[in-house]
Design a protein around this ligand. Structure first.
Ligand SMILES: Cc1cc2nc3c(=O)[nH]c(=O)nc-3n(C[C@H](O)[C@H](O)[C@H](O)COP(=O)(O)OP(=O)(O)OC[C@H]3O[C@@H](n4cnc5c(N)ncnc54)[C@H](O)[C@@H]3O)c2cc1C
Ligand code: SF4
Length: 488
């Protein structure tokens, strides 16, 4: 156990973000230096708050099954290399989860029953960032090669985790990505101020040195047919994400200036890295309305503020969540509470319990605003409240309402992959689809989710593929696809 009295004598402390006036003028991460370095001065004491519970609920709350009490103890004892080994035992990319995860481990932490929980996420990111700084993250080449071949389609966190595990197991792995660069939503969805792309690139360099091959700008189903891929490889992993965006059908929805978040954010990410983006959708000098109160909406908000928006309003149809755990979401479940992302500190208005009735035309075919109405949720339906109609001016409207599943054309239709009742690819316990030799993981199978789940599924899927190719597998399994109904 770390410090036996740590949780009594030491208060929870998290690192301070850079001043708002400074950070909104650049695209760098919101913490000074990087998150890991910002945490370091306080982190050993914070790790010492861990009680090393007999039943560590943090470990159960984490889809990866991270060995949290073990690395808390090791950090407290200044054994950073041992802590890194325990961290990497369950997570290929802790620098992504340490920055981006909503940390269901922390809402499950036992200290959190009566006090503030252990800052698990900050310990995680400190272990891995310090290891990168100390040049202790080195390629792990396989001891032997099996001569078996695997194609991974999609280079988001699920595809990357599957590819790294399978390469380390000795298979020849090629990752196909239709975008011009590798990373999936880590590259072009999540803004630089949450994850600097250099953090992604250093991990990709490690993967290349281990032997994973990447082919970008190749869309499977278009540039190469999936049937051709089946002839070229002994197994295929479909990790293509959940990319069909949710929309709304109200008058004016086709006006110019109304875009999906994933049209807007990738362009902003490219421009933030100094790339030329012809006809870029930008918030500069515009009133911006974001429809959708979640994390993608917050990413649009922070991006619009950095682009110089005149005003930003984020709309959410649900009522504002409370500040405390609701009674029906007790510890150790992940509760729906009011969250303030770094972008929310930077500006903009958050409006709850409103629905969009129509978009208005400025007379040239471009959007000039939205007519909205307040709503209340009664018997499973949103009912408009009479007399609450109002107009919000907007020259740019962004939809951040989530995604409804993977694209059907190409891979799914051509292979005849079975889908579940939510439109996601059906898998068995081994992540195999109904087509022999074809596996699926991440948002394509699970539906829109989280990075931690994508990594967990990619790792477990790799075990299924390895067993299919080799008859047996020593690769670890993080999570069953059937668990998705029970956990966040
Ligand atoms: C804006 C935004 C912000 C988010 N922020 C967070 C966050 O802060 N924390 C968090 O935990 N989660 C976040 N998420 C969710 C998280 O990013 C996803 O759950 C995760 O990336 C899913 O990983 P994946 O590998 O399954 O798919 P993806 O990351 O979507 O990757 C799929 C890849 O497949 C490629 N592809 C698709 N079809 C083909 C094809 N036919 N041929 C070749 N390539 C193809 C795509 O181009 C893409 O690169 C966010 C999501 C969005 C949209
Ligand atoms: S639940 Fe909290 S206190 Fe208990 S082992 Fe996990 S991090 Fe430590």
């Amino acid at each position: 156990m770390a410090d036996p009295r740590g949780f009594i004598t030491t208060a929870r402390q998290v690192p301070e973000r850079r001043p708002i006036s400074e950070r909104v003028n650049d695209w760098k991460e919101v913490y000074p230096g990087t998150v890991g370095r910002a945490c370091l001065p306080i982190i050993s004491e914070q790790a010492g708050r861990c009680m090393d519970c007999g039943i560590p609920f943090c470990n159960n709350g984490c889809p990866l099954g991270n060995l949290i009490p073990e690395w808390n103890d090791l950090v407290w004892r200044d054994k950073w290399q041992e802590a890194l080994e325990r961290l990497h035992a369950t997570n290929n990319f802790p620098e992504f989860t340490g920055r981006l995860c909503p940390a269901p481990c922390e809402t499950a932490c036992v200290v959190g029953i009566s006090r503030d929980p252990v800052t698990i996420k900050n310990v995680e990111v400190s272990i891995i960032d310090k290891a990168w700084d100390d040049l202790r993250v080195i390629p792990q080449q396989p001891e032997w090669h099996t001569s078996k071949t695997v194609a991974v389609i999609g280079s988001g966190p699920a595809g990357l985790a599957a590819a790294q595990q399978l390469t380390r197991a000795g298979h020849t792995v090629v990752v196909y990505e239709r975008a011009d660069q590798v990373g999936g939503l880590l590259r072009y969805g999540i803004p630089e101020f949450k994850l600097e792309k250099s953090v992604l690139d250093r991990r990709l360099k490690q993967m290349v040195l281990e032997g994973t091959q990447f082919k970008t700008g190749v869309e499977i189903g278009v540039d190469i047919l999936i049937s051709e891929l089946q002839e070229m490889y002994e197994a295929i992993v479909v990790a293509t994400g959940s990319t069909i965006p949710r929309g709304i059908t109200v008058p004016g929805v086709d006006l110019k200036g109304i875009h999906q978040a994933m049209e807007y954010l990738p362009q902003a990410n490219r421009a933030a890295l100094g790339k030329d983006v012809p006809n870029q959708i930008t918030a500069k000098n515009k009133n911006v309305v974001i429809i959708g109160g979640g994390d993608t909406g917050a990413d649009c908000l922070g991006t619009a503020i950095r682009q110089g928006a005149k005003s930003v309003t984020q709309l959410e149809i649900m009522a504002r969540p409370g500040d405390e755990r609701p009674a029906h979401q007790p510890w150790p479940t992940y509760p729906m509470t009011f969250k303030v992302a770094s972008a929310h500190e930077e500006g903009g208005d958050r409006v709850y319990a409103v629905n969009t009735v129509a978009f208005t035309d400025d007379g040239t075919g471009a959007v000039s605003g939205l007519d909205v109405v307040e709503v209340e949720f009664v018997n499973g339906k949103f009912l408009a409240k009479e007399g609450t109609e109002r107009h919000i001016p907007a020259e740019l409207v962004l939809f951040a309402m989530g995604f409804v599943g993977p694209e059907r054309a190409g891979i799914i239709d051509e292979l005849g992959l079975e889908l579940d009742d939510r439109g996601n690819i059906t898998r068995n316990e081994d992540y195999s689809t109904n087509v022999t030799g074809v596996f699926a993981c991440g948002d394509a199978g699970r539906g829109q989710s989280l990075i931690v789940w994508a990594i967990a599924e990619g790792r477990s899927c790799a075990r299924g593929v390895d067993a299919f190719l080799s008859g047996t597998s020593k690769l670890p399994r993080s999570v069953s696809p059937q668990l998705r109904q029970l956990m966040l």
